[in-house]
Design a protein around this ligand. Sequence first.
Ligand SMILES: Nc1ncnc2c1ncn2[C@@H]1O[C@H](COP(=O)(O)OP(=O)(O)OP(=O)(O)O)[C@@H](O)[C@H]1O
Ligand SMILES: [Mg+2]
Length: 307
Amino acid sequence: MNMMLAPRSLPSYLDQSAAVRARFARLKAREVILRVEHLSKAFTTRKGSTLALNDISFETHRREFLCVVGPSGCGKSTLVRILAGLEEHSDGDVLLQGKPVTAPGSDRGMVFQGYTLFPWLTVKKNVMFGLEVNGKGKHEAETQALQWLQLVGLAKFAESYPHQLSGGMKQRVAIVRALANQPRILLMDEPFGALDAQTRARMQAHLLEIWRQIDITIVFITHDLDEAIFLADRILVLSAHPGEVQELIEVPVPHPRSSAQFITPEFLSTKARLEELIHKGTAHGEEEDADTYHMVARLTDVADSVD
Ligand SMILES: Nc1ncnc2c1ncn2[C@@H]1O[C@H](COP(=O)(O)OP(=O)(O)OP(=O)(O)O)[C@@H](O)[C@H]1O
Ligand SMILES: [Mg+2]
């Protein structure tokens, strides 16, 4: 018998070591920071109404790191924009520390994929901006901005302008700028999506380090399953359009996290489960893609085709 071909048996992603189980028990004993109940969102367009999110319910606890994954178009960005108060929802409730979210507020920080720094302000002034808007005096804002920049190793770039920084450095500034106002919750929508693989890995480790040091709850949207497992306490898996909750997975990979864990049985079994759920959720989308490619093939069916 060829042993190489024998299927590798993995433990179930539901199996948790005693330490991981104890950690989840502590996490769930903490106060609920964000509660989403039966949330639905329909967009009305000229063509009619599209249901983007359907009956979404979940909660996150204080200092929890929640990742949200799901196929493209399942409503992840819509969800995070609703949490941010940038988009109205159609039905259900979004409660931040018990209070309904109706508009943006300083209790929520946001980091999205595009660099959202002000290009005409120095790095330090970018971080100071929100602090001053929220009533801090110039001197205090400056002192705090420098402390935050120190935390992410960018103090020596305080007087630089955003265009003088690399993509990873810009996102580090964006993260501390969001954190400087001491929000209860940090909302991140594919924040590392535009970075190269190595920078992205460094940013993930950086973010975990920041998260470990401060009292912040994070909701992090990604379509990268490795990223979700590496970062999250729990992963909310949404199904394809309209987005519905498929499962809320407790990641069985122990803390502290390191890149060496990417090949552990806990990591691989969680990834296998996520792939199973996402694949199930995209079966319909793939049919559409096949049509699209078929059409592209027709459009490119030119005389000098090399096929
Ligand atoms: N302003 C809008 N008006 C109408 N429909 C919208 C609007 N914004 C989003 N939608 C629709 O809602 C659905 C969810 O979009 P959303 O951008 O939230 O998905 P997503 O999961 O973030 O996708 P991706 O992974 O590609 O970023 C899509 O069908 C989209 O077309
Ligand atoms: Mg999106």
